[in-house]
Design a binder for this molecule. Sequence first.
Ligand code: ASP
Length: 591
Amino acid sequence: MSEARQSAGNLRAGDAGRGVLLKGWVARRRDLGELIFLTIRDRSGLVQVVFDKARCPAAAVAAAGQARSEDVVAIRGEVVLRGEAQKNREMPTGEIEVIAGSLEFLSRSETPPFVVEDRTNATEELRLEYRYMDLRRPAMQKNFVLRDEIAFRVRRVLHERGFLEIETPMLTRSTPEGARDFLVPSRVHPGQWYALPQSPQLFKQILMISGFERYFQLARCFRDEDLRADRQFEFTQIDLEMSFPTEEDIFDTVEAFLVEAFAAADIGVARPFRRLTFREAMETYGTDRPDLRYGLPLCDLSEAAAGTGFAPFDKALGAGGAVRGLRVPEGAGLSRKRLDELTEKAREHGAGGLLWMKKAGGEVTSPAKKGLSQDHLDRILQRAEVSDGDLLLVVADREKAVFAALAALRAEAAREMKLVDDSLHVFCWVTEFPLLGFDEENRQWFPMNHPFTGPREEDLDRLESDPGSVRARAYDVVVNGWELGSGSIRIHRADLQERVFRVLGISEAEGKERFGFLLDALKYGAPPHGGIALGLDRICAIAAGATSLRDVIAFPKTTSGICLMTKAPAAVSPHQLRELGLEPPDRRPER
Ligand code: ASP
């Protein structure tokens, strides 16, 4: 057996007098002539090693003089207590240091592209190009230790509850999660393609039909979406499915592992999570992923606004829209400039404009005073329960725009009024989503989630006559304004699945062609089943307090989908293309 290596970051005062062998990276060198200090870093942390001409072998001191940042070294030495004045309270190992006996270079480093320290001014591009250097930074190491712990705890909770971890294929057929597929050409079957899974959805349903009763997987999913700031083409889901479940069984399972997962980061999560129906969430917060760390509920002003003769109200209500408001307690002090910015924000979210009313010193100020009588104004302020010192923001438009604009303004106002407690993590379940949405452009119903989501039994008779009113047995889990995951109790009967396909405009032939295997499986004894998938990357980012998913994914891609380290995606050889039955680009006939 080789001599035991000592973890640098674990040394404490109690180790004084011990001989140790350290192996790690040179984080820093301070050369004072007679005395050289090297800070040695390994996964456990940092420790200071002293090379003292008076006390250490000349060869060791000479070698230390040659050491550069990020060299990999092996150092033998003795742990000693530092003098009181030399103690470094900021470092966990700051009470001791190691007096060097020898230094051996295991590998040398060129000058690093940036300093490997938590506080870096390297651009993210540089960090991603030299990802191995970036990942050496203690803050990043900490994120991945946490990620490992979270994954381990989730697995443990699920394992203890009888869930089996079963892998599903990467090379498969398209699964409809609503994004574009990544396609892989088949060499053996020219002209045929695999799709990378957008989720294991159909496989996990089939695993229930296969009798496994409880499945989970930390599953990689691939979605070729237009990348928004914090999305990745490939991501990891905690994916699970149960047979014979009620919604309560799913909620209980998820709450149990989320409590454990966040506890890994010393974050307390209160159970049971709050519950809101989709409609409640929209009417109260304007969004189906509400941030419940603060109040600021919206109010419905449609009734108070009706019959006022005020043109923007008449127009919105006449077109079947809504008038809703957001009371910002003590917000009357907001400047005109800030209100203009908020108006701009409302416009960005699809509203035609924003109306504001301030009450201060008994006086009401509002641009709406020109078009609204005092009576009508009072009625609105009263309905919104506006007190002296408050600000009322009002949006009159199509309901969708009203909600979107007020949800955005609510978040802005909460920040502005300092109502957000960043130490809180408030979870909730949102339930009773509509089963279907209507695509005005294509005049077509589409599944709000995916087409295997079960409708609520009591709404079933309206599936054909009033599809928009049918609620799904679907649920989302939300924390602090982030959707962490979504799932549903599924359709488990072939006849109902075919009915839903028909409403979605999926013909029998198309249904057979794309999902024939599922429809067949549903005909051979499918248990009632349901499940959910939660974004593991997001969970880790929130638990780690990271600002970007990229800080908890070892090798992420940029917002334009490029891996700056490997330079993927990249061209491939004409030979590879020909083998796949694809034409090299230069041979493509001119058009
Ligand atoms: N397959 C769904 C998704 O990936 C989750 C689920 O319904 O379980 O979003």
